[in-house]
Design a protein around this ligand. Structure first.
Ligand SMILES: N[C@@H](CCC(=O)N[C@@H](CS)C(=O)NCC(=O)O)C(=O)O
Length: 203
């Protein structure tokens, strides 16, 4: 298998953490690729040009982090990172959806901020700030009530990865403010070796 990623990608990071947690990291060849680049080494494999991208041994290309999670869960004998049989009451899927939605919104916001100022849409910036804050408020309550605890499943990986990414790559937004419970939750999960080994570079 070959895994294409970028060190600054929050989506690729959740798969990188999963590979480490599943003990599969050393069995996968890896290549760091450029993004939004017509010369990117990824494009001959994946016309979508996004990471994470996983090439299976038979050449099949998987793009989209959730689909890669589905595949990885077929490759180990342990408890699935993302159970899809209702055995946990669909709780992991529900929490994963919220964490992925948080990444999606903050990624849109971050990309908008990278545009020259005159090309930025104030409406998009305001919408994404509101979405992120509303979701963090809900997560603060959920985590205070015991959500996102227990074994390191896909939802915990996605939420921890997103918060760490936001702190290092989307520095205009202090997500910790007003979210002390979530902040303590993050400080705890951030100590996990698979998290410390995949920290995105600060920008
Ligand atoms: N829904 C996709 C999103 C992946 C994504 O947007 N990746 C970004 C990096 S953070 C990317 O590759 N962007 C390059 C581009 O948009 O051309 C997933 O979950 O894998």
């Amino acid at each position: 298998m070959k895994f294409f990623y970028a060190e600054g990608s929050p989506y690729a990071r959740i798969v990188r953490i999963a590979l480490l947690e599943l003990g599969m990291n050393d069995t996968v060849e890896k290549e760091i690729v450029t993004l939004r680049d017509p010369e990117s080494a990824l494009l001959p494999y994946n016309p979508i040009g996004r990471v994470p991208t996983l090439q299976l041994d038979d050449g099949t290309i998987l793009t989209e982090s959730l689909l890669i999670f589905f595949y990885l869960d077929t490759q180990h004998g342990g408890q699935p990172l993302l159970p899809r049989d209702g055995s946990d009451g669909w709780v992991t899927l529900s929490r994963m959806g919220t964490a992925m939605g948080l990444i999606d919104g903050i990624a849109v916001w971050n990309r908008a901020l990278r545009l020259p100022e005159h090309e930025r849409s104030p409406g998009v910036l305001a919408l994404e700030r509101t979405r992120a804050t509303r979701t963090l408020d809900a997560l603060e309550k959920a985590v205070a009530g015991g959500a996102y605890t227990g074994r390191l499943d896909a939802a915990r990986i996605a939420l921890g990865s997103t918060l760490g990414w936001t702190e290092r790559r989307h520095r205009k937004f202090n997500w910790r403010e007003g979210h002390p419970v979530l902040s303590a939750w993050y400080d705890d999960i951030a100590q996990t070796p698979s998290f410390t080994m995949t920290l995105p570079p600060i920008v």
